[in-house]
Design a protein around this ligand. Structure first.
Ligand code: TRP
Ligand code: ZN
Length: 479
């Protein structure tokens, strides 16, 4: 059954028209009368269907801000069916007659707003909800969406796979940049962060791992429910669920931070040595970047064929196969730069990848490898006609297909090394720690970053660094 055949489904029609339009000749009198109902309790307008992200314009929605997601998900790898209930608590940013959620595929069974059945309609990734009563600006409201079906795998503009991935023995939810809409409805844009409670129920014998802390694990009638809690704000692209067989290890860091690692049994041996370094890496990063931003840490290791890349899912990054040390350093560095300080739009991606790449450079420098300057020099030696590196500047990828390409990563890291050259080590570490502290659990963009650097180093001129290294086309001249 198609979702639009549901009793409560609804297609958007004309709602309220601005009054000025209603000063009209008699031919439109009927319309005017038909709209008279708008003078009643109906006063809102629809929220936007997207946030006009420069790379993913449909991602996210206007008119409200989510504070909490309570997701209750059942999944059975044998049938690949997911049954979900999402309770989304949000605050209206305007008087709202309707608002959108992003949801791709799946079947919507019902939608309620503040406990009352709502009308809804689907078009592409937009699930448009029209509450029974308009919402007032500033009002906090709960939307409950019941949904089910086989979640989709999404192919990104760059050809990589995200959304819901089937794994050898279960499934994996990966959301960068727009995959979260494959497994739950929401405001799927990095600018709207929220806390989460994620309950995943799977057939007994399997495990379900997600972000944050495991609050309970209960088996009943042949199914086990895993209850996960994330108190700190999280962007939906770093939310995850992993279902399968895992070898779980729990420990704590010396300061008491809980560590939860879940490793596919075939990867345990290959992962052991590198995961043993996780505490040391977190402590080294906390020393360099400032206090760890979340209430727990860990990792999820699936098999190499289960995903095409590692992802910095919050508190618990995902790796396809045993990671090497550099990759673990990279994904853990994202906990500060990406997960805690989250890009305001997908254009600000280099603030994630440039920092996480620079963390690898710094790790090497501090652990007997080349200095960051040596890595910079080696990278800079790339011939100027090599478009893989010099094809576009880090802060201006040419399209959505390029947001995870080397210019974002390596040239992003080069920008940080240029800043370090200009200000010296003391100020440089002040800058990277201060940046993480200032925007902790928030969002930030490139203009805020350059302004922050300038504020921290008064009297220094960064204009050429921004012009040539951040925004400039081609290989920058050696100064
Ligand atoms: N963020 C991932 C990393 O740190 C890479 C990645 C996976 C990615 N999917 C993406 C980057 C989509 C941008 C867009 O390695
Ligand atoms: Zn990264």
């Amino acid at each position: 059954m198609s979702s639009t055949s549901s009793m409560v489904s609804w297609r958007p029609t004309i709602t309220c028209v601005p009054r000025s339009v209603l000063v009209l000749p008699s031919a439109l009198l009927c319309l005017t009368l038909a709209l008279a109902a708008c003078d009643g309790g109906v006063h809102g307008t629809p929220g936007g269907a997207g946030l006009r992200d420069p790379y993913f314009p449909k991602a996210g929605n206007g008119g409200y801000d989510v504070s909490h997601y309570a997701l209750d998900i059942g999944y059975d790898p044998a049938t690949r069916r997911l049954t979900g209930t999402a309770v989304i608590t949000a605050r209206a940013g305007q008087d709202l007659s309707a608002f959108d959620l992003d949801l791709r595929g799946l079947h919507v069974d019902s939608v309620t707003v503040e406990g009352k059945e709502a009308r809804w309609n689907r078009a592409g990734q937009e699930l448009t909800v029209r509450p029974h009563d308009d919402l007032d600006k500033g009002e906090t409201f709960a939307t409950t969406v019941r949904y089910s079906g086989r979640p989709e795998t999404i192919t990104d503009p760059d050809g990589s796979k995200e959304g819901w991935l089937r794994t050898a023995d279960g499934a994996l939810g990966l959301g960068e940049p727009v995959g979260a809409m494959a497994w739950f409805p929401g405001n799927h844009h990095p600018s709207d962060k929220a806390s989460y409670d994620i309950t995943v129920t799977v057939p007994k014998g399997l495990q379900a791992v997600s972000n944050g802390e495991l609050k309970s694990e209960t088996t009943k009638n042949g199914r086990t429910a895993f209850v996960w809690h994330t108190a700190e704000p999280m962007a939906s692209y770093v939310a995850t669920v992993a279902v399968g067989h895992y070898t779980v290890t729990r420990s704590t860091l010396s300061d008491g931070l809980p560590v939860y690692t879940a490793v596919d049994p075939t990867q345990v041996q290959a992962s052991r040595a590198v995961l043993a370094k996780l505490p040391e890496i977190i402590e080294w990063e906390a020393y360099n970047f400032g206090p760890y931003p979340f209430s727990s840490t860990g990792a999820i290791v699936d098999r190499p064929a289960d995903a095409g890349y590692a992802l910095e899912t919050q508190t618990r990054p995902v790796f396809p196969g045993a990671p090497d040390t550099e990759t673990l350093v990279h994904e853990l560095a994202h906990q500060w730069y990406g997960d805690s300080v989250t890009p305001r739009t997908w254009r600000d991606m280099w603030l994630n990848e440039g920092f996480a790449t620079y963390a690898e450079w710094l790790w090497a420098e501090d652990h007997g490898g080349p200095s960051a300057q040596q890595t910079f020099d080696k990278t800079y030696a790339t011939p100027k006609d090599d478009a893989t590196l010099w094809g576009f500047p880090p802060a201006k990828p040419p399209s959505a297909a390029y947001i995870s390409e080397p210019p974002v990563y390596d040239r992003g890291a080069m920008v940080l090394q240029k800043i370090r050259q200009k200000v010296g080590d003391d100020t440089f570490y002040d800058i990277i720690q201060g940046w993480a502290a200032t925007h902790r659990h928030g969002n930030a963009d490139t203009a805020e970053f350059t302004a922050y650097v300038e504020k921290k180093a008064p009297g220094k001129d960064f204009s050429l660094i921004w012009k040539d290294w951040l925004y400039g086309d081609g290989k920058p001249p050696r100064p």
